[in-house]
Design a binder for this molecule. Structure first.
Ligand SMILES: *[C@@H]1O[C@H](CO)[C@@H](O)[C@H](O)[C@H]1NC(C)=O
Length: 106
C-alpha cells in the first residue's frame, strides 16, 4: 500500500501555508460546493476554505464567498477556489459534481 495521508498533508501545507485538515479527501475530478466540503462527510475546516479563497484573491471574510462557491478538487485532497455562485451552490449527489443554482425567474 502507498501511504497517501502524509503526502496529502504535506502538499496541502505547501500550497496553503497551513496544514489542511479533512475527514475525507475530495479528489480530482470532482467539483464541490464550499458548504459540502465542511459537512461531516468531507470535514474540511473553515481555515482550509479561507486559505483556498485567499489564494484565489477572494475575500475570505465573506461567508458567501467561502460557502456558495464551487471548489475544484485536485490531487490529494487539495481544493482550489473556482467561482462564486450568485444564487447558491447546488450539490447534486453524494459524490458531487456541483453546479451553481440557476437564477430564479422573475
Ligand atoms: C460578499 O460577496 C457577495 C458576492 O460577491 C457580495 O454580493 C457581498 O456584497 C459581499 N459581502 C460583503 C460584506 O462584502
Amino acid at each position: 500500500m502507498v501511504k497517501f495521508t502524509s503526502v496529502a498533508v504535506a502538499l496541502a501545507a505547501t500550497i496553503t501555508g497551513t496544514s489542511a485538515a479533512f475527514t475525507k479527501a475530495c479528489n480530482f475530478p470532482y467539483d464541490v460546493c464550499g458548504w459540502t466540503l465542511t459537512n461531516q462527510e468531507f470535514g474540511y475546516t473553515l481555515a482550509t476554505l479561507e486559505a483556498a479563497a485567499t489564494a484565489a484573491g477572494q475575500d475570505a471574510t465573506n461567508g458567501t464567498i467561502l460557502f456558495d462557491t464551487i471548489y475544484n478538487c485536485q490531487a490529494d485532497g487539495v481544493i482550489a477556489w473556482n467561482h462564486h455562485c450568485d444564487h447558491g451552490c447546488d450539490a447534486s449527489s453524494v459524490v458531487p459534481n456541483a453546479n451553481c443554482r440557476a437564477a430564479s425567474s422573475s
